[in-house]
Design a protein. Structure first.
Length: 84
């Protein structure tokens, strides 16, 4: 007899999406061009010289989409849809 008010498979999906999204975001951000952020002329020159800036930002966007998918999956997994 299942006495939990939520589906364990949905919780596993949510946890997986949250963890994968966050880990991938951290790994992709390691490829982001760095430098002293308050030295604007130098940092913007470094951004302009970076050949992968578009790919890095697209990957960061995709990672956040995965992460947000996990948040929404968690919401629906914990949403009590049974009438009591």
């Amino acid at each position: 007899m299942n006495t939990t008010p939520f589906d364990r498979a949905s919780l596993r999906l949510s946890a997986t999406l949250l963890l994968v999204g966050q880990i991938l975001y951290v790994l992709v951000t390691l490829l982001h061009t760095g430098g002293e952020a308050n030295h604007h002329s130098a940092i913007f020159a470094a951004y302009a010289a970076s050949g992968i800036w578009a790919a890095v930002h697209a990957a960061q966007f995709a990672c956040m989409a995965i992460f947000l998918g996990g948040v929404f999956a968690l919401y629906f997994a914990l949403d009590d849809q049974t009438e009591r």
